[in-house]
Ligand binder design. Structure first.
Ligand SMILES: [Zn+2]
Length: 460
């Protein structure tokens, strides 16, 4: 029992504090293959591609995309034998182009069991690394105050996706949460600190983890209400980790602004859907973390099918998908298998929330063990399609919806004149199945080629 408990505590330490010791120089099996961004190219023509217009649900066939600097200068019909004056010409040969995507639940951690690797330096590395997957924005819902300060230092982060930080998530003593509180005074203090640091979103937890067989304490309603009111008083949003329907409704009645996980306890009802609407609250399904929680090995193996940039070395792939990792996960959560029916609620609820006209944003909970940075976002797209959403709807949740929410659309998230040249080029049509993200062969970030893109000029 103590053994199991100490594993559980380790897991909690990993997920919610990030105060682990620095990794030093020891070899890191999770070290990802490096990539470069070619900043010397100033103008690019992407010739003869089909542009996916996600908002208007249509494909504009056979276009030339002219990129100058970081922006799309023009999108116009392709004509054979045309002479282009750009520095680089890339033959698209009928490839499909979508805007880069967003992962709105992303911990920027290596997602293995070596928690000592979760240093702020490593998190910045993983953040920057997401560019090669064509990820243009992420939200990190829990990181220590020290790490938040470290990452907010402008000079530390290089080219990277747009980043929204919430700082440490607030939770109860001995419970789920990176910053544990038991009084209003402590809540005021932490929100004040976050506000001073320029954080605009406060995240807190309200989950006993019973859906996974856990028994964790939760904050009293009075304190939950106080978190939401104090955040609103400072003009900040209040969002929650909550997995249970009645608790989620309780928080929404208090004015909650968003749910960073899908509801797993049961199917959502009309009251929940209208509360979401009233609050204009968002809903992030995080199907990938639920799949991994209920079936660790299968889910990890499935994700490695998306290792299309061959970024994860074999040694790392093996260590995370072998039986020892599976057994370790199952020793933490021995009841997980018997609670697996919760998964069908996740799928049902994603579709119900989307169809009710509420805001669904794609997020995978990348960084928890077995939910792998970059590829879990591609996996999440597939799982959202399995929820019954059309490929266009899934792509909307991963591009237009979050970028509108962040106030970045259409400057980002649209393949059109004047928008940032952040895009993914695929061989197959992503609107027939989002699995075709697997056929990505080129990524552009702010108009620059991300160098591990394959089959460049002339060879495609
Ligand atoms: Zn998370």
């Amino acid at each position: 029992m103590m053994y199991r408990l100490s594993f559980l505590l380790l897991a909690l330490l990993f997920l919610f504090s990030y105060e682990s010791p620095r990794a030093g120089n020891k070899s890191d099996p999770a070290k990802l293959k490096p990539f470069n961004i070619d900043k010397t190219v100033h103008s690019i023509t992407l010739s003869n591609v089909h542009v996916v217009d996600i908002e208007n649900r249509k494909i504009i066939e056979n276009q030339d995309i002219i990129i100058e600097g970081s922006l799309i200068k023009e999108v116009r019909p392709h004509k054979p034998n045309q002479v282009f004056r750009t520095d680089t010409i890339i033959q698209g040969n009928g490839s499909y182009v979508i805007p880069s995507i967003c992962d709105m639940h992303h911990h920027m951690t290596p997602s293995d069991f070596d928690f000592s690797g979760n240093t702020p330096e490593r998190q910045i590395e993983i953040l920057e690394d997401q560019l090669q997957y064509g990820i243009q924005a992420i939200m990190n819902p829990n990181i220590s105050l020290d790490a938040t300060n470290f990452i907010l230092d402008e000079n530390r982060v290089g080219a990277s996706p747009y980043l929204i930080l919430t700082g440490p998530s607030i939770g109860p003593n001995k419970g789920w949460g990176g910053h544990q509180v038991s009084s209003k005074e402590e809540i005021s203090n932490i929100i004040e600190q976050l506000h001073t640091m320029g954080i605009q979103v406060v995240k807190f937890t309200y989950d006993d983890l019973s859906w996974l067989g856990g028994q964790m304490p939760v904050l009293e309603p009075e304190l939950l209400k106080y978190i939401i009111e104090t955040s609103h008083g400072k003009g900040m949003k209040a969002i929650a980790h909550v997995a249970d329907l009645s608790r989620a409704k309780e928080l929404l009645r208090m004015g909650l602004d968003g749910l960073v996980h899908g509801i797993v306890s049961e199917k959502v009802d009309e009251e929940f859907l209208s509360l979401l609407k009233e609050n204009r609250a968002f809903y992030i399904p995080t199907t990938a973390v639920y799949e991994t929680s209920f079936g660790f090995q299968e889910s990890v193996r499935k994700q490695f099918e998306y290792n299309i940039w061959e970024e994860f070395p074999e040694e790392f792939r093996d260590s995370l998908s072998n039986d020892a990792s599976r057994d370790m996960w199952n020793s933490w959560w021995p009841k997980a298998n018997s609670l697996k029916h919760g998964l069908s609620n996740i799928y049902w609820n994603t579709k119900a929330v989307y169809e009710s006209g509420n805001l669904v944003m794609m997020g995978s909970d990348t960084g928890t063990p077995g939910v792998l940075p970059g590829i879990s976002a591609y996996y999440e797209l597939e799982l959202m399609e399995n929820s019954g959403l059309t490929p266009y709807e899934v792509l909307e949740c991963a591009t237009v919806a979050p970028l509108k929410y962040l106030g970045l659309y259409p400057k980002q998230g649209k393949i059109a004149k004047g928008s940032k040249a952040n895009m993914i080029v695929l061989k197959k049509d992503p609107t027939s199945s989002v699995n075709n993200i697997n056929t990505s062969w080129l990524v552009l970030y702010n108009g620059a080629l991300v160098s591990n893109s394959r089959d460049l000029v002339g060879t495609h």
